[in-house]
Design a protein around this ligand. Structure first.
Ligand SMILES: Nc1nc2c(ncn2[C@@H]2O[C@H](COP(=O)(O)OP(=O)(O)OP(=O)(O)O)[C@@H](O)[C@H]2O)c(=O)[nH]1
Ligand SMILES: [Mg+2]
Length: 344
């Protein structure tokens, strides 16, 4: 299936139905009072997050949604029917913006969360509401209220706890395939990964009941200028915005021994250029492919350049270092979750 994580849509809620002007006419009652009913309310446009939805693809096929208008009121105090609502289902994690002002309107992170994006107009009151001592035969009723029209931008931000970042071909997809049940495509050329992969990582405690899990995202490789749109990575950087921790993956085969932190600094610069908040997130620095001869040398060069930084060397081929990396991610994630609970 095509992975679509952005869409622009046009929505309008329904107009309210007009109130009715009518007078009671019955055989033995010569002067019946006003009996015009109220107009029905216009339908709402409602956006809801459903777990069965995975992408915003359907909004590329159809962008216009209009809820039904309310029906006018009728005689004998009968109210008009309400206009039908339109319900749009989006994947959990969808953030809704006003496309014209850029204002964030809602974040449907939780499955089942609902946002009324455009409220239908109220129905007008019929003339039966306006009879008074001074005016027993009101000849007016309210018109229905107009509905609202707006343009929305939908943006899907994956619900991942940790995100892998790095240049293409450094071993990100291989890592997620070892830590989770995800089975991404792996190959020895850059840009193998074209869309983000998510995997659930189980963290086992010492006792059976201490088990936890978190969601890890493998993103397409980043290249220089990614924040401005070079390569593929930039369009997926937004998926890191909910992560508790970012994991840099450095490849010994790419490492310049003269300037070992070059790749790391460049990726950090791209993250910051894309979004300052991303750059503030806790970041772990891992070194892949430790089964290769170049691994040891790479770790030594990095340690020498950054003596106070903790590095996480690992090999997806032998499994070395994977448990330690997983726990380091989990420690940051559990800290983040506690903070969120405290703020709630
Ligand atoms: N020797 C060795 N090779 C590895 C290891 N991990 C990954 N590789 C190889 O490195 C190459 C790239 O691996 P991927 O996992 O596809 O890399 P990626 O970072 O996901 O690449 P993109 O999706 O293009 O960004 C493949 O040929 C892998 O087999 C490892 O631990 N040891
Ligand atoms: Mg990949």
């Amino acid at each position: 299936m095509k992975f679509v994580d952005q869409a622009k849509i046009y929505i309008s809620s329904g107009h309210g139905g007009a109130g009715c002007v009518s007078f009671r006419r019955e055989k033995y009652i010569p002067k019946g009072g006003p009996d015009g009913g109220d107009g029905g309310r216009g339908g709402d446009v409602i956006i809801e997050a459903l777990s069965q939805k995975e992408t915003l693809l359907r909004f590329h096929l159809n962008q216009h949604f209009k809820a039904g208008n309310g029906r006018p009121g009728m005689g004998r105090r009968r109210s008009g029917e309400s206009g039908p609502d339109v319900r749009l289902a989006v994947p959990p994690g969808t953030v809704i913006f006003d496309a014209d002002t850029g204002e964030q309107l809602a974040d449907l992170a939780e499955p089942g969360s609902v946002y009324i994006a455009a409220k239908g107009g109220r129905g007008g009151l019929g003339n039966s509401n306006f009879a008074s001592g001074g005016n027993r035969t009101p000849r007016y009723a309210q018109p229905g209220e107009e509905g609202a029209s707006l343009r929305l931008r939908l943006e899907l931000r994956l619900l991942a706890d940790a995100g892998l970042v790095g240049y293409p071909n450094v071993g990100k997809s291989t890592l997620i395939s070892k830590l989770s049940a995800a089975k991404p495509k792996i190959a020895d050329y850059p840009f193998t990964t074209l869309v983000p992969n998510l995997g659930v990582v189980a963290v086992e405690g010492e006792r059976a009941y201490d088990g936890h899990s978190f969601v890890l995202a493998d993103l397409p490789g980043l290249i220089d200028g990614a924040a401005k749109g070079a390569g593929l990575g930039h369009q997926f950087l937004k998926h890191l915005s909910r992560c508790a921790v970012l994991v840099h993956v450095l490849d010994p085969l790419r490492l310049d021994l003269e300037d070992p932190t070059r790749d790391l600094e460049k990726i950090k610069k791209e993250l910051k250029a894309f979004d300052k908040e991303l750059a503030k997130k806790p970041q772990l620095i891992s070194i892949s492919k430790m089964d290769l001869a170049e691994g040891e040398e790479a770790v030594n060069a990095l340690k020498k350049a950054r003596p106070r930084t903790k590095f996480y060397p690992f090999s997806s081929a032998t499994g070395q270092g994977l448990t330690e990396l997983k726990w380091a991610m989990w420690n940051q994630i559990s800290k983040f979750r506690c903070e969120q609970d405290n703020n709630a």
